[in-house]
Design a protein around this ligand. Sequence first.
Ligand code: NAP
Length: 294
Amino acid sequence: MIDLTLNNGVTMPTLGLGVYQSAPEDTAAAVAEALRVGYRHIDTAAAYRNEREVGEGLRRSGVDRDEVFLETKVWVSDYGYDQTLHAFEKATGKLGVGTLDLLILHQPAPTRFDTTVAAYRALETLLADGRVRAIGVSNFMPHHLEKLLQETAVVPAVNQVELHPYFAQRDVQRADADHGILTQAWSPIGGITFYPGWGDERRNVMEDPTIVDIARTHGKSPAQIMLRWGIQQGRSVIPKSTNPARIAENLDVFDIELSADDLARIDALDTGVRGGPDPDQPRDAFFDVVIDEA
Ligand code: NAP
């Protein structure tokens, strides 16, 4: 496992387990299994409604809490200074921990950016008080970042965005790098290009002939090649699986090196078309979601 150093000196394992769409009943087992085979970083969110089970998996694993990098996200309906301070209490209460390693805003609220800024100021307070070790954002496009940076003091440590070979968001990666923000890839093995319920027009990046060809030459799977592409380009990757064999497979990516040609071939697959929601077009229903008390 490789550690990445965030812009405030905190280190974070480059690869973590994602738990979006992990059913609550599967989540504790997946987290415990991931920790058993060597993961030390878990990415959850209030909106995934499985923070409790992540905490349960952590305790079930027997791994010391301080050895695990715990990352979670505040949902938009909890934005605002006091609301976001309270969202921290809800998250830590459900996870059963006193502090978080990384707390991020799940997405900008473009039509209510004042509440986004107020939420981020609450993260700054939590950071100053030592309740969180690092703070950041998710799904922030460069113009959202610029607006946030103008109104707040602490540069986000991380920006977690959709990022896989079919949608590499180079403009976002460049803006992040210019500000010293680490880019973290969600759907790093292209889950958004094949998980059910997101339309039928998509091409599954897991089956892309270039990815399959590179995988064959290295004796690895397509998922492992995509993870390796992200890691070698300096990103954090958080693949999701609830399947023990795939949880292990996704961690087994530190014994190969993709060539410059491999990386360039994968870079060339970018379509410029996002698979997930447009951060500038949040659905009104997002703001009506009620995140339970701990
Ligand atoms: P992903 O990790 O790219 O792909 C997950 C999908 O791939 C699941 O269907 C999983 O099924 C399958 N899978 C896992 N390992 C595999 C392997 N080795 N071979 C073949 N299939 C494999 O997609 P994601 O869940 O969208 O993204 C990862 C994490 O990013 C999420 O869990 C969440 O933590 C975060 N995320 C954040 C946002 C945001 O807005 N900030 C949005 C989406 C996701 P099985 O479980 O059956 O293995």
